[in-house]
Design a protein around this ligand. Sequence first.
Ligand code: SAM
Length: 269
Amino acid sequence: MTGPSDWVPAGIDVNRPSAARVYDYFLGGAHNFAVDRALAEQIAAMTPNIGETMRSNRVFLRRAVRYLVGEGIRQFLDIGSGIPTAGNVHEIALEAAPDATVVYVDIDPVAVEHSRAILAGVDRAGVICADVRDVERVLAESEKLALIDFSRPVAVLLAGVLHFVPDGDRPAEIVASLREAMAPGSYLLVSHATADGQPPEVIEAQRLSSRTATEIVLRTRAGIAAYFDGFSLVEPGLVFIPQWRPEPQDPVDEHPEQVGAYAGVGRKD
Ligand code: SAM
């Protein structure tokens, strides 16, 4: 699929790779262009674990949504939601709790249009095109959909998105603004790429690759833990993705650090 087709929204530049479509390619999806696949292959050649990292992140997200439903959460704000693939947040949440609601937010119009198509006829989930850096707009648009009531507990999901926010855009302040809007009993979920535990060649490759794509900022465990200020991390804390409450079908091998990303869930008390 190299050019515009019926799923390509008007105005999309098919000659510029996007993070959402590169991710879709790694997950085996069909919503990507030649330019995305070329970049994905280039990244994969330099960082062989990347596909595993993305799949592992997706599996973590599903486990965590089931956990959150178990904790009584019925509202989900999934920011940087990407192109929906099988086992989306609304599918997992609604399967576990038919009264759940989900709002998806993404900056990429392809991801948003495709989400809209998938959600046609699903009245408990909606999607908006917005930038996580514009928290006020994300909150206002979410409220307009009448799917999230911020006076009640909500889970804000920031899976694989904060590493696209450079330090200069003050990601910790973005998360703090979200926290202020969240009622006590709400949860924050973060998964985030890191250089911790990575061999030097992977770090160098990621540094080079970030010049060619949407910049990825690798942060340390302490840097990522700072997003949980004002939240209490639930067990097992901030860990390499495969270590977060693995289920029997998600075996953790002896090198969980190889995924190069941390995951955690915190509760606002
Ligand atoms: N959350 C999904 C998951 O974990 O499976 C998808 C993660 S994907 C790696 C990152 C997504 O974040 C992409 O769809 C990208 O378009 C989106 N994104 C990147 N920067 C963003 C921003 N500033 N605001 C909102 N979304 C953003």
